[in-house]
Design a protein around this ligand. Structure first.
Ligand SMILES: [Zn+2]
Length: 130
């Protein structure tokens, strides 16, 4: 097997009209927030699936509307008697109010003169979770 380049070059053009749309920032922020929420829900659904106490193959078959699958496949972890129990991250201790206030002030000082907007609560939260 070999791969060859097609010799094609993709050319993109910057649409300044679209870039200057005052709602673009908000639309993109909403888009990414929506994607983030959907990904969190998707991962939670996967964790729930893997921790089911009934045959995983049967449940997967039902998800895909396969009504022919046996109730017990005999080879998944549940059928072999080993129901998965995923480990969860350790809850980190909640910082003191003094520490939060000091770190928020440090972030504000660090960004002083670099951005011309007040930091949002969301921005502080993202900083603290990093
Ligand atoms: Zn099974």
């Amino acid at each position: 097997m070999s791969f060859e380049t097609s010799g094609m070059t993709e050319v993109f053009k910057v649409n300044n009209h679209e870039l200057n749309d005052p709602g673009l920032t908000k639309n993109l922020a909403n888009y990414f927030l929506d994607k983030e929420e959907k990904e969190i829900k998707r991962i939670a659904a996967l964790v729930r699936f893997f921790q089911l106490d009934s045959c995983l193959s049967y449940n997967l078959s039902r998800y895909f509307d396969d009504k022919q699958a046996p109730i017990q496949c005999g080879h998944c972890s549940v059928c072999r008697g080993a129901i998965a129990q995923l480990e969860y991250s350790q809850q980190i201790p909640w910082p003191s109010d003094d520490m939060l206030i000091a770190n928020a002030a440090a972030l504000t000082r660090h960004l002083e003169g670099k951005i011309n907007k007040r930091l949002t609560l969301e921005a502080y939260c993202r900083f603290f979770s990093a």
